[in-house]
Design a protein around this ligand. Sequence first.
Ligand code: KIV
Ligand code: ZN
Length: 532
Amino acid sequence: MSIETQVDEASRVEIFDTTLRDGEQSPGISLNTQEKVEIATQLARLGVDVIEAGFPITSPGDFEAVEAIARTVSGPVVCGLARTQKADIEAVWGAVKDAERPRIHTFISTSDIHIAHQLQTDRADVKGQARAAVAHARELCADVEFSPMDATRADVEFTAEVCAIAVAEGAGVINVPDTVGYTTPEEFTAYLERLYALVPELRSVRLSVHCHDDLGLAVANSFAGVLAGARQVECAINGIGERAGNCSLEEIVMLLRTRRSDHGLDTTVETTELARTSRMVSRFTGYAVQFNKAIVGRNAFAHESGIHQDGVLKERTTYEIMDARDVGLESNSIVLGKHSGRHALKDALHELGFRVEGNALNQAFKAFKALADKKKQVTALDLEAIVSDEMRESEGRYELAWFEVEAGSRRSPLARVGVTTPAGVEATGESGGDGPVDAVFGAIQAAAATECELNQYTVSAVTEGGDALGEVTVMLRAHGRLASGQGVSTDIIEASARAYVRALSNALDGAAVREAESVAADAASSPVPPGP
Ligand code: KIV
Ligand code: ZN
């Protein structure tokens, strides 16, 4: 950390990253354990204070991922989410107990609208549940966070009573969520001031804010929260999350850093890791970052008008309030070529934050050599793309074995594919279509004997130049489940086919998980919760 980013404890705002929990609740996102561990490792490099790794009671896969993160990632607190039920709290503890610094985060709604319609109970019961949940969590874990869900639409007096109970039972962090993104900065400030007045004990714990972006105010409301005294902000990379998403991590961090001299507050995030983290999350989730997105969008530091270009050439600060290098854009300095060896690749990957050893390194080396044969220079961005692509392959899922396409402007396209099924058998399929990509998608459906509805298809180039790698994201619905998949290749049809097969696998995996959940839920007659 540089001298300028040193900050005393009272002025330090902790960053609680919920990309892997609230972010992962976005439709179509299906991350496997390896991808979640890779993202968590990168979040640790970024220097976040807390990683909310998942909601362990919701599925065996979620439990396994939280546990894997707790066991491998060091530095940040690793936290899991729980309703007030004993089973939820015990599931979180089971998953996080091996972390260097474990935390249990439990929540219950305090708004009458949620109490009456969703929980179908009354205020007295909510108080009892909050008390029992925090007390039980504290028996298991020294670090407990409590959230009164939908607080900003709740009666502040009642929310204060519930928060006072949570503090009395030993919660060290009280998080105030704007669950439906309804509040405004002025209103949120007044709400938090009133909460402090009603519960003076809040001054002895860490106050946190968790804002959703339904009205585009998540960052503004979070900023109002820290000005009112909160010292933890819950946020997600690229602002992903339920509905319109959460407060964007990169935006709140750079807002605090850039205007630090005005308010004296800051985080200890290593901002030069922001762009890379954003790319990794975008790639693994299939959620593209809009070009004009603040801080990490591809145009965030681009100047189009002649007047602006002229100004920036003369003096960068004429039109830039931040330096692109401070957020890790313009750090594409690693360049390998076809004569680079395994050692050079390993070092480059290490520098990029990938822990690639043994067989994974062999696979990465093979992919690198294949790419270096087609492309003169392999850059950091290419390496990130091919290694992420390799990581998506795993046993027991559908995989593209081969494909052939006949297409042209004077004939209808025809595609044939070979797909290796989860049982390890090769199935083949054939189809026509509106174009070569559509024909390949049809052939994959035929091979997998599954009908899919294509929801979204995007292609982008990883770097500039005619020999750039193409990166394809497919979102589709199969067996009632929306899932995404990505593929990377210098050949767009191959990238598309790989993305499609992965999306299909993710949808089918998800359907299998849901089936297992409903069997388990029937057996326990306790429904698995929908995400908060
Ligand atoms: O939005 C919300 O209220 C949440 C809570 C679980 C903190 O995600
Ligand atoms: Zn939320």
